[in-house]
Design a protein around this ligand. Structure first.
Ligand code: FES
Ligand code: FES
Length: 263
């Protein structure tokens, strides 16, 4: 409030007075005159009018985000982590939001929500997909596996065990997506699917043995702000080759001059 504000506004509540100040801020030179010639009732009426207008405008803005009616809802039945699920969702709701908001499976993380970070990776019918770019409506009759479903009871998936062994995470935010992506990567290699850096393009049917370069390329859609990339590659390599490696080897590799420590 300015020093010139008349005493008559003292009768307004703090919120009303603040609103009045906001209303009058555009009046410039005529503001003092306006206030001087106005009674509390007039000022109060201005505030009320302003409030009513603002409420109406808010209502209009809200109208653009009105909750969806039944005509826009779809019922989707699918399997999630080997359990039958049926959800009624907005036809535009992503699988990521359905998992987190409707099924309380918050292990799948929302990073960018634009298909750029890989934090939301889950598996659908055994293939890795970005759940932020997948509509729930597309999942009818499909089988989705999230990070909550990769372990068998208390027995961790080998990829989870390897991530722990090799310190494949720090804050852990990207980890569910990394692990789901890595499991999907294994299936792709077993199916002989090629990547951008595959050397032998004739190997399309047989299983592929992945080099570190292949692992890096195939995991390049999963970003890690903590930079746990060398450890992630080590974990995946161990599961892929079945050969146990010393977690400390990553540290020694990183300390080598010119070491490429990124995925
Ligand atoms: S949240 Fe889906 S890719 Fe980033
Ligand atoms: S462990 Fe923190 S973002 Fe990957």
């Amino acid at each position: 409030m300015s020093d010139n504000f008349p005493e008559l506004v003292d009768e307004l509540t703090a919120d009303e007075a603040e609103l009045l100040e906001e209303v009058l801020s555009d009046l410039g030179e005529s503001r003092r005159k306006f206030i001087g010639q106005s009674s509390t009732a007039v000022l109060g009426a201005v505030v009320l009018q302003f409030l009513a207008k603002r409420t109406a405008l808010a209502g209009e803005e809200m109208a653009e985000f009105v909750p969806l009616g039944d005509e826009q809802a779809v019922k989707v039945s699918f399997r999630v982590n080997d359990a039958a699920k049926s959800v009624s969702v907005d036809s535009r709701m992503t699988l990521l939001d359905a998992l987190r908001e409707k099924l309380a499976l918050t292990g799948t993380k929302k990073g960018c929500d634009h298909g750029q970070c890989g934090a939301c990776t889950v598996m659908m019918d055994g293939r890795r997909v970005l759940s932020c770019l997948t509509l729930t409506a597309q999942c009818e009759g499909r089988s989705v596996t999230t990070i909550e479903g990769v372990a068998k009871g208390d027995v961790l998936h080998p990829m989870q065990t390897a991530f722990i062994k090799h310190d494949g995470f720090q804050c852990g935010f990207c980890t569910p997506g990394q692990i789901c992506s890595a499991i999907g990567l294994m299936h792709e290699a077993r199916n002989g699917e090629l990547s951008y850096v595959s050397k032998d393009m004739r190997k399309t049917a047989a299983s592929i043995t992945l080099s570190d370069e292949e692992i890096r390329e195939r995991m390049s859609g999963n970003l890690c702000r903590c930079g746990a990339y060398p450890n992630i590659v080590a974990a995946i390599r161990e599961v892929h080759t079945g050969k146990a490696t010393d977690p400390m080897a990553v540290i020694f590799d990183m300390s080598k001059e010119g070491s490429d420590a990124t995925v």
